[in-house]
Design a protein around this ligand. Structure first.
Ligand code: ADP
Length: 447
């Protein structure tokens, strides 16, 4: 087993990984930017090194500095968390060429699945349902028009290298398809340096359901059930839960089995998430595989009782998974609310600043994953996620009541947060009945 691990991340996920390592008897080396210097969560690492100025491109994303810190810190592995370098295949390759284990999949698997068109191809070969659309990349306008007429409008143009909702364009007729093709191509070229695009049917009012998988280097692949992340705003997840409400048992089983088949076909190891959309008739379609631990992983940890970060580290060290498929329960209901330092009253603009007063939530079935405290200064340089509040209860009814109680007893003063919006969502009958789709927030509160 590793003696020391470098955590190439910041904030709540860095703290989450320090905690897992501490319990495993592994020492941790933290990195921080000048903006994060002196942050209290860094005290929970055994050592911490500054890697540069506040901007992520000058610090957390600087591969040479991260690698040289790993050398100085004498670590055997790097855990990338999510975001930053987590899905950078080149970084994973550099780590391995420096004889440092990257806690994640091989760079080959990452490269293959990072290309969404290639992942779609692989899914089709593994008999995993994909959204009807082009067989591969779009070559010209005439071909795109022909496919759109065959499957019917509306259609979605997607960038093969896309991520974070960028490079996606909806088209509802010939004219808008022609301009969507050009815009999507230009946006993809500018954002990812790769203008490859493909076409999918635009699924109306979908739910977003994803399957957590875990695979070791000995050929064992398991799923850890699904998470429903339908509650989104502009493709950003707000609330996640498991099990997915209103999902037929057969669909759940079929999705979990499909996720395992895809991972086996990709020769994928470590933690991953297979994302699907589910249409109004309950058909599920693969959209992409995320080759990292995800923000919402605690939901799965609560219902299965499995620590995913520890499992990731075991797998990276070459150990077999300590559990088999039949040992993985789905017990009770877990819900997570993402708490962002954003102002929902002003179009969710970031709300950096000092937290003047803070009362954390607690009590039965409550888990609070966060690095914040009274006096903590939220930096404008990074993602606005500051905390995750997770509850675990026997039923969904209890979980919603517990989440409302926990959210309303928590106090974060000095900055604006998404808590008022989360409370509003939890009170809607649509959410309580589990009858929402990914457009719910925008439809319900258009302004
Ligand atoms: P990204 O990698 O940019 O996050 P995804 O392919 O994961 O892109 O899609 C992001 C979101 O867009 C999904 O969660 C879903 O809400 C929506 N979406 C993706 N594909 C479709 C589709 N074919 N029809 C309708 N909505 C879709």
């Amino acid at each position: 087993m590793f003696k020391r691990i470098l955590v190439a991340n910041r904030g709540e996920i860095a703290l989450r990984i320090f905690r897992a390592c501490r319990e495993m008897g592994i020492e941790t080396v933290a990195i921080f930017s000048e903006a994060d210097r002196g942050a209290a969560y860094l005290d929970l690492a055994d050592e911490a090194y500054c890697v540069g100025p506040p901007r992520a491109t000058d610090s957390y994303l600087k591969m040479d500095r991260v690698i040289s810190t790993a050398e100085i810190g004498n670590v055997q592995a790097i855990h990338p968390g999510y975001g930053f370098l987590a899905e950078n295949a080149h970084f994973a390759e550099i780590c391995r060429s420096c004889k440092i284990e990257f806690v994640g999949p091989s760079h080959e698997a990452m490269q293959l699945l990072g290309d969404k068109n290639a992942a779609r191809d692989l899914a089709r070969k593994a008999d995993v349902p994909t959204v009807p659309g082009s067989d591969g990349l779009l070559e010209n306008e005439a071909q795109a028009l022909a496919i759109a007429h065959e499957i019917g409008f509306p259609v979605l143009i997607k960038a093969s290298a896309g991520g974070g909702g960028r490079g996606m364009r909806v088209a509802r007729n010939d004219l808008s398809l022609k301009s969507a093709l050009q815009q999507a191509k230009a946006e993809a070229q500018a954002a990812f340096g790769n203008g490859d695009i493909y076409l999918e049917k635009y699924v109306g009012h979908p739910r977003h359901v994803e399957v957590q998988i875990m695979a070791d280097t000995h050929g064992n692949v398991v799923h850890l059930w699904e998470r429903d992340c339908t509650m989104q705003r502009r493709h950003q997840k707000l609330i996640e839960e498991s099990p997915s409400p209103q999902l037929a048992d057969e669909t759940r089983q079929a999705m979990c089995e499909a996720a395992v088949r895809l991972v086996q076909a990709a020769d994928y190891t470590n933690a991953g998430t297979v994302e699907f959309i589910v249409d109004e008739e309950g058909h599920h379609y693969f959209i992409e595989l995320n080759a990292r631990i995800q923000v919402e992983h605690p939901v799965t940890e609560m219902i299965t009782g499995i620590d995913l970060i520890k499992a990731q580290i075991l797998v990276a060290a070459g150990e077999p998974l300590p559990f088999a498929q039949e040992d993985i329960p789905s017990r009770g209901v877990a819900i997570e609310c993402r708490i962002n330092a954003e102002d929902p009253e002003h179009n969710f603009r970031p709300s950096p600043g000092k937290i003047t007063h803070f009362v954390p939530p607690g009590g039965f079935g409550v888990r609070f994953d966060s690095h914040i405290h009274a006096g903590y200064e939220i930096s404008p340089y990074y993602d606005s996620l500051i905390a995750k509040l997770i509850v675990h209860q026997p039923t969904r009814h209890d979980a919603i009541a517990c989440m409302r109680r926990a959210l309303s007893e928590m106090r974060i003063d000095g900055i604006k947060t998404t808590v008022p919006l989360l409370l509003k969502i939890l009170e809607t009958s649509d959410f309580v009945e589990g009858r929402v789709d990914t457009t719910f927030v925008e439809r319900t509160w258009p302004s």
